[in-house]
Write a protein of this length. Structure first.
Length: 65
């Protein structure tokens, strides 16, 4: 849901690579998807169930290949 909701805000211009993807952040009980094309900003935050693992992860995923 978060990825689909934020994809509209990604840029298609390859000269600004940081804007062509969605940033995914996983924390203890939370997941966040964020994307921007320089004009629009989309952020989706949701709670998740974990097995108590406290590792955090943050990664950018390119929207189009």
């Amino acid at each position: 849901r978060g990825l689909k909701t934020t994809l509209f805000a990604t840029a298609s211009d390859e000269t600004r690579l940081v804007l062509t993807g969605v940033r995914l952040t996983l924390e203890a009980e939370r997941v966040e998807f964020a994307a921007t094309n320089g004009k629009s900003l989309a952020i989706v935050k949701d709670s998740i169930h974990t097995n108590g693992d406290k590792q955090e992860l943050s990664n950018n995923k390119k929207a189009k290949s």
